[in-house]
Design a protein around this ligand. Structure first.
Ligand code: ADP
Length: 401
């Protein structure tokens, strides 16, 4: 039990944490605080094989939850803590200036603050986690590393990241496409390169991260050349509660004709749209899987989801320089819902994708493997592991110092 890394993922309404050894990949402790700011905030954690669950209170904020995690969970595991050599923080948006993972100092904190307008729900939460962990673990205060979801997209070509609005908005205000979920896309692409026995720098692959948030990335010669998320994680695919792509005129219509304020429209597009908006009932894919053949609202939601996803995949095949090594499905939906993979790939048969139904049905609950037939471009399900990716990156940065 040595050389352990603590990974902290401070989200907008949840906080995930884990302690693991990035080399052996063994996890010693992991947990999650859920329902921040809601009537019942709870924590569950697992340590050395034992599971715990507790209520933390009502409408608990990030700071209170983090102090609970530190005092009631982490500080009680002295044997594990004494082997900690660094802390890796997931940071959603690095803004214009940050291109790679960094040891956290005052300058990095300022740059994360500068990017708040691009990730207003996430970056402030990430900053609270950074502040509290640097203060509470003073002996490791110089070994906190920020790992950014946007880093993977910094080599995207201008033709992919520019919006066709006056160029000055990019030059002066940094309005461009930044992407998101980069940690996961890179992790599963690397796994695919190992399965395919190819170097990462020669890999041409399309990765689909389908969870509550969802995005697709086109990776050519190991570099991300396009991705579906934009300035913020609102653009692109249909998501749990986010609309993904819409005609911007919908915003003008809601504002001018329906007299809705910009704040109200933002809530509609980020919290009440996507699968929840289309179905008028749920954003949980278990509902859609169960009811696809029974209920109209489930069928229309899933069909819009797959239609949009297949459009992105087919568009991204044009960026592959004449060879596609495969497609990867990952994330809670990508890893667990054979129906989505089947419906999406059946729309892509013209491009040469053929799914093996038996393999597809068997690939659930964290299993990884091939789900396509012999004569198809390869299609894989690969379980993502963002915690492990952050821990490995943190270790690399600490070792470089
Ligand atoms: P995020 O990390 O973005 O919050 P996840 O990657 O955990 O999201 O994915 C959440 C989504 O995956 C939800 O829509 C959930 O219903 C779906 N999901 C997770 N497990 C299953 C399962 N076993 N069967 C069907 N859907 C699942």
């Amino acid at each position: 039990m040595n050389n352990l890394i603590l990974v902290l993922n401070c989200g907008s309404s949840s906080i995930k944490f884990a302690i693991l050894n990035p080399k052996t990949e063994k996890k010693y402790l992991s947990g999650v605080v859920e329902c921040l700011f809601l009537p019942e905030t709870s924590i569950t954690w697992k340590c050395l094989g034992i599971q715990y669950k507790k209520s933390i209170g009502s409408k608990i904020d990030h700071k209170t939850a983090l102090i609970f995690i530190i005092d009631e969970v982490l500080f009680k595991q002295k044997d594990i803590l004494k082997n900690l050599i660094g802390i890796g923080h997931r940071v959603v948006h690095g803004g214009i200036k940050i291109k790679k993972s960094m040891l956290i100092n005052e300058d990095v904190i300022k740059k994360i603050k500068d990017a708040i307008s691009f990730a207003p729900l996430h970056n402030p939460a990430n900053l609270i986690g950074i502040k509290i962990f640097r203060e509470k673990y003073f002996n490791l205060s110089k070994k906190n590393v920020a790992v950014f979801d946007t880093s993977f997209y910094h080599n995207m070509p201008e033709i992919s990241f520019l919006y066709a609005i006056p160029y000055n908005f990019y030059k002066k205000y940094g309005i461009r496409r930044y992407g998101a979920h980069g940690i996961s896309h890179k992790y599963v692409a690397k796994k695919a390169s190992i399965i395919l026995n190819k170097t990462f720098s020669s890999l041409n692959i399309i990765t689909c991260h389908l969870g509550n948030g969802a995005s697709v990335s086109a990776i050519c010669n190991g570099i991300c050349v396009d991705t579906s998320m934009g300035l913020t994680p609102l653009e692109g695919l249909v998501m749990g509660t986010r609309s993904g792509d819409i005609d911007p005129s919908i915003v003008f219509f809601m504002n001018k004709k329906l007299n809705m304020s910009l704040d109200e429209i933002e809530i509609i597009l980020t919290k009440k749209s996507g699968l929840l908006g289309l179905s008028e009932i749920s954003s949980d894919f278990r509902y859609f899987e169960k009811n696809y053949n029974i209920k109209k609202n489930a069928k229309r939601s899933v069909d819009v989801f797959c239609h949009r996803l297949s459009k992105y995949i087919s568009a991204y095949t044009t960026l592959m320089e004449n060879r596609l090594d495969g497609i990867v499905f990952t994330g809670g939906i990508g890893e667990n819902v054979p129906l989505i993979r089947k419906l999406t790939l059946s729309r892509l048969s013209l491009l040469g994708f053929k799914i093996d139904n038996k393999l597809n049905s068997s690939m659930i609950m964290g299993k990884s493997g091939l789900i396509s037939k012999n004569l198809s471009w390869p299609v894989f399900v690969i379980a993502t592991n963002e915690e492990l990716a952050i821990a490995k990156e943190t270790m690399n940065i600490i070792n470089k110092k």
